[in-house]
Design a protein around this ligand. Structure first.
Ligand code: KIV
Ligand code: ZN
Length: 512
């Protein structure tokens, strides 16, 4: 039997640390359910001690997700660890992931601690965590840039204290594959009790090598856990992308010789859900989940694929959840067909009431758009999941006027805490006028740092999906909206970002 490779997903923790990617606890639970469907082995649900919101999210996920191990990050101190254990109480299988920096740079400049103090704190925190849960992961932050002799001492000591997984982060994305692979190999060879723990890799993508480094850590170094995020979400250039490592290990099983639990057919829906929830758009040429990943535009390729698929395709689109028949439903489609399509797409709504609501939205959309694609359905369901009952603002209707030579203007109706308001403004274009109309009433003072429009299914008949990123008092949030009318999609995205600005609490940074 081949060895098993453990997939540890940290979309909800390291992924969420990306500025603007913060999620509500309900959004996190929905993504966690999708990760459970994907059969992810370990879900890092958050950093319980960082804020009350994160504690609640870890607790909610621990109480509801039963097939994956649920993990909380915690700094190497008793308070953080106790808080993580408390949040994880309801989990079937719980893991505490504690970390402390071990590179000379981080110890001296950030922690202002001596190596001996760091060693003692690492030991003491793993000992404390092991008294609370059986499954304890230890990470030496900035491990890849740490002195190898010191790192070996720390790792040997924490295994003696009961750490069950040792994770070696390339925190700043500095590694290159061969060197990182050999680094893990050296650690495993030099730490005398290395066989008592599972070795894990955690790579950031600053030089675009997170996936390659992680795979080298597995192949050369012998690691048996990879930490990764959906769409490679994460701070700066992001983390190792789950869909890429999973499909690399599956497609090249001849080379890696490893088994995975993952059910890849849920990958595209997971990618879509994370992108919609966070507003981080997936680039079209992104491996596995990009819109072009399986599109054969050149005549030679098309001809080849029609004659024999494997001339140009190394994976099957449907294996990762792209549907073969993309036109799915129209306005005559009934509730059962809609429900079936949701199931085929790997989306399960939590109640009949949610299905009814989504179906009503689908009918509204089908009245305005003759062909409904899978992407439309996924956008619609994600938008539903993002909208919360206690949202401060909600879109109602909009009219706008633009004509060559005239100043564009817009009039918008939206609700503020359930009360309808109407606001008007002029602007440089219809989108600008609409957003100014909202802002002139709300007066958020937020600065717009990103505005992007994406056609959900390719043509001008498709829905526009708009992302708006707002910044205010040091906080960055993303709002997403979709509609066949991109001015309406923009207004929805702006209101969604304002809702996020109004609802989030401050938190402690994981690497602060
Ligand atoms: O990148 C990193 O070092 C981390 C640790 C907290 C594990 O995310
Ligand atoms: Zn990280």
């Amino acid at each position: 039997m081949a060895d098993k490779l453990i997939i540890f997903d940290t979309t909800l923790r390291d992924g969420e640390q990306s500025p603007g990617a913060s999620m509500t606890k309900d959004e996190k639970l929905r993504i966690a359910r999708q990760l459970e469907r994907l059969k992810v082995d370990v879900i890092e649900a958050g950093f319980a001690a960082s804020s009350n919101g994160d504690f609640d999210a870890v607790q909610l996920i621990a109480n509801n997700i039963k097939d994956s191990t649920i993990c909380s990050l915690s700094r190497a101190n008793d308070r953080d660890i106790a808080r993580a254990a408390e949040a994880l109480k309801g989990a079937n299988s719980a893991r505490i992931h504690t970390f402390i920096a071990t590179s000379a740079l981080h110890m001296e400049k950030k922690l202002r601690m001596t190596p001996e103090q760091v060693l003692e704190q690492a030991k003491q925190s793993v000992r404390f965590a092991r008294n609370l849960v059986a499954d304890v992961e230890f990470s030496p932050e900035d491990g890849y840039r740490s002195d190898v002799d010191f790192l070996c001492r720390v790792l040997e000591a924490v295994i003696n204290e009961g750490a069950t997984t040792l994770n070696i982060p390339d925190t700043v994305g500095y590694a290159v594959p061969e060197l990182y692979g050999n680094f893990i190999k050296t650690l495993r060879e030099r730490v005398p009790n290395s066989d008592k723990a599972i070795w894990s890799v955690h790579c950031h993508n600053d030089l675009g090598m997170a996936v390659a480094n992680s795979l080298a850590g597995v192949k050369i170094g012998g690691a048996r856990q990879i930490e990764c995020t959906i769409n490679g979400l994460g701070e700066r250039a992001g983390n190792c992308s789950l869909e890429e490592v999973v499909m690399a290990v599956r497609t090249r099983r001849d080379y890696f010789g490893l088994d995975l639990n993952i059910d890849p057919v849920h990958i595209v829906a997971a990618s879509r859900m994370v992108s919609q929830t966070t507003g981080f758009v997936v680039q079209p040429n992104k491996a596995v989940v990009g819109a072009n990943a399986f599109a054969h535009a050149s005549g030679i390729h098309q001809d080849g694929v029609l004659k024999a698929r494997d001339t140009y395709e190394i994976m099957r689109a449907e294996d990762v959840g792209w549907s073969a028949n993309k036109i799915v439903l129209g306005k005559l489609s009934g509730r059962n067909a809609f429900k079936q399509r949701l199931q085929d797409l790997g989306v399960s709504l939590d109640s009949e009431q949610e299905i009814n609501h989504a179906f009503a939205k689908f009918k509204e959309l089908a009245d305005r758009k003759s062909e409904i694609f899978d992407e439309d359905i996924l956008a619609l369901v994600s938008e539903e999941s993002v909208a919360a009952d206690n949202d401060e603002f909600a879109f109602v209707s909009l009219s706008q006027r633009s004509e060559t030579g005239e100043k564009p203007s817009a009039s918008i109706v939206f609700t503020v805490q359930g009360q309808e308001v109407k606001s008007e403004s002029e602007g440089n274009g219809p989108v600008d006028a609409s957003l100014k109309a909202i802002e002139s009433h709300v007066k958020s003072g937020a600065e717009m740092v990103l505005y992007s429009v994406n056609a959900i299914s390719g043509s001008t008949e498709s829905q526009g999906e708009v992302t708006v990123r707002l910044q205010n008092s040091g906080r960055v949030v993303n709002g997403v909206g979709s509609d066949p009318d991109i001015v309406v999609a923009s207004a929805k995205a702006y209101l969604s970002a304002l809702n996020k600005l109004h609802s989030k609490a401050d938190r402690v940074a994981a690497q602060g």
